[in-house]
Design a protein around this ligand. Structure first.
Ligand code: 13P
Ligand code: SF4
Length: 302
């Protein structure tokens, strides 16, 4: 008798549960391959905004699944491993943000989507690495409290020069492994390569970039560029899609150790178990959810 493969079982259960599988660009290649959609935080947030099925299975980190739940209080939102958090999101507490708001009472709070639902609930508007500049320009106030990523915040502040920024000091540990010296050493080996950098990287790495973009914007950039070789400064999971969608081009990691351990917690087997047992369900308390909804809805409407 033919025994179903893990992938066949996932496909069958997906139908049974009326589920959609949303997968972030940093996930393991085999997880990306069973996705209905693979994307960056903004694309996945927008997709989850408009779903019609009963269940959303999110392969990414906690804040991404939580964002989907904030949009979909009546649908089941599942994560294959609840331990897949984002350390940057935990670098600011609601108490700390409230204190910051009290210190700058005339400022608008712009929060990076890599934040908890509590933080979103205390914010005026949310942004991602793809739209930080656009979102911040849309805000009327001339003072901005930007949380939690100081590097994305600095990237935005350098491009929105008519506003005063108060930056929180969070950062992504995975993106800290890129250094200007390290990337320039690779560039010596590949002198014709373009350097493509995520805005979570340190500013001196951003300064040597040919392009600074979100993960999905990297794919568009590589497709459109005349260059044949790219040094990629973001989590190494990104290279799978970059290579797949640009088979004639070469992608070199800016540091092969840029691995987000949380993103790698999701495996094919855990996806299967998640659909089998309908766990682990993401819940957001309604009083928090309704406030956080405002911040992300304002973002997707831009
Ligand atoms: P993107 O929105 O660019 O995919 O980034 C998400 C993230 O967590 C980067 O570390
Ligand atoms: Fe968070 Fe960094 Fe991992 Fe992105 S790569 S999920 S910011 S820890």
């Amino acid at each position: 008798m033919h025994r179903k493969t893990v992938i066949e079982q996932i496909e069958a259960l997906k139908k049974q549960r009326d589920a959609i599988i949303l997968v972030h660009n940093y996930q393991l290649p085999e997880v990306q391959e069973i996705a209905d959609y693979v994307g960056d935080s903004l694309e996945l947030a927008k997709l989850s905004h408009d779903v019609t099925c009963k269940t959303i299975l999110f392969c990414g980190v906690h804040f991404m699944a939580e964002t989907a739940k904030i949009f979909n209080p009546d649908r089941k939102v599942l994560m294959p491993d609840l331990h897949a958090g984002c350390p940057m999101a935990d670098m600011i507490s609601p108490e700390q943000l409230q204190k910051e708001k009290d210190t700058h009472p005339h400022a608008s709070v712009v929060c990076y989507v890599n934040s908890t639902a509590h933080i979103k609930a205390l914010s005026d508007i949310c942004c991602t690495s793809a739209n930080g500049v656009q979102v911040t320009k849309s805000v009327n106030e001339s003072e901005i409290v930007f949380v939690p990523d100081k590097y994305l915040g600095s990237y935005v502040a350098r491009r929105v020069i008519d506003k005063k920024f108060y930056l929180w000091s969070g950062y992504c540990p995975t993106h800290m492994v890129f250094s200007k010296e390290g990337v320039l050493r690779i560039k010596e080996e590949y002198p014709h390569a373009e350097i493509v950098v995520h805005p979570e990287c340190r500013l001196d790495v951003q300064e040597i970039a040919d392009a600074i973009c979100s993960t999905s914007q990297m794919i568009t950039y590589a497709k459109r560029s005349a260059a044949k070789t790219f040094i990629i400064c973001t989590e190494v999971g990104m290279l799978h899609r970059l290579k797949k969608e640009n088979p004639t081009k070469e992608f070199i990691p800016g540091n092969p150790n840029a691995i987000c351990p949380n993103m790698k917690l999701t495996t094919l087997e855990k996806v299967l178990w998640s659909l089998e047992d309908t766990q682990y369900e993401i819940e957001v308390e309604e009083s928090i959810r309704s406030k956080a909804f405002g911040a992300i809805e304002r973002m997707v409407q831009i």
